[in-house]
Design a protein around this ligand. Structure first.
Ligand SMILES: [Zn+2]
Length: 194
């Protein structure tokens, strides 16, 4: 674990699955936000390679009725945490991945410019696995060692009314405790408004 390191914006603890869906960050844009998402394809089915296919433009959109709406979509995230905790990286964290869409946080728009996108394999509103929280906390610690990240939020918080992931099943207080216990300087996670 201690051997994991950054090579440019790629973290060696993740399995690299490079996506063409990215661009440069604007000059001078510091990465200060981490955005947590959830995804599974088809929704609620875990363990397949469809998410990797979606983020690399190789999803067979005829394979499932749900995929028809995904045809032609060009999206990505920096990281994907599978149910058993495996970590996949699609885009260098130095670059701009296409995960948040129309978004704003604390009055600042275009969150993709200045954030890291982390997808958890899951279904919005449902719970996530302990192995995913462990990997997420480890990843956030590594990211914070390289980037000036000061907040971790959900997609639902930067695109309210449009996006609902990761949803009510995500344990924000638990993530915050996990981060503070091991690294007191790390970002806090947003408390869910109930
Ligand atoms: Zn999302």
């Amino acid at each position: 674990m201690s051997a994991a390191r950054w090579r440019g914006g790629w973290w060696s603890a993740a399995r690299a699955c490079p996506s063409p869906n990215f661009g440069p960050r604007p000059a001078g844009a510091a990465v200060t936000l981490a955005i947590v998402h959830s995804i599974s394809l088809p929704p609620g089915d875990y363990g397949g390679n469809e998410v990797e296919r979606l983020f690399t433009n190789r999803l067979d959109c005829d394979a499932h009725p749900y995929y028809a709406a995904l045809r032609g979509l060009r999206v990505s995230a920096h990281f994907f945490v599978r149910r058993e905790g495996e970590l996949v990286q699609f885009v260098s964290a130095d670059d701009r991945a296409w995960h948040a869409g129309a978004s704003a946080w604390r009055g600042r728009g275009n969150c993709n410019d200045w954030s890291i996108g982390i997808e958890l394999e899951g279904l919005e509103g449902q719970t996530f696995e302990p192995a995913q929280y462990r990997q997420l906390a480890r990843l956030l610690r590594a990211l914070s060692a390289r980037y000036p990240i000061d907040e971790v939020v959900g997609h639902e918080h930067v695109a309210p009314g449009r996006k609902a992931d990761p949803g009510a099943g995500f344990d924000w207080p638990g993530l915050r405790r996990a981060l503070r216990r091991r690294h007191p300087h790390l970002p806090f996670a947003l408390e869910r408004k109930t």
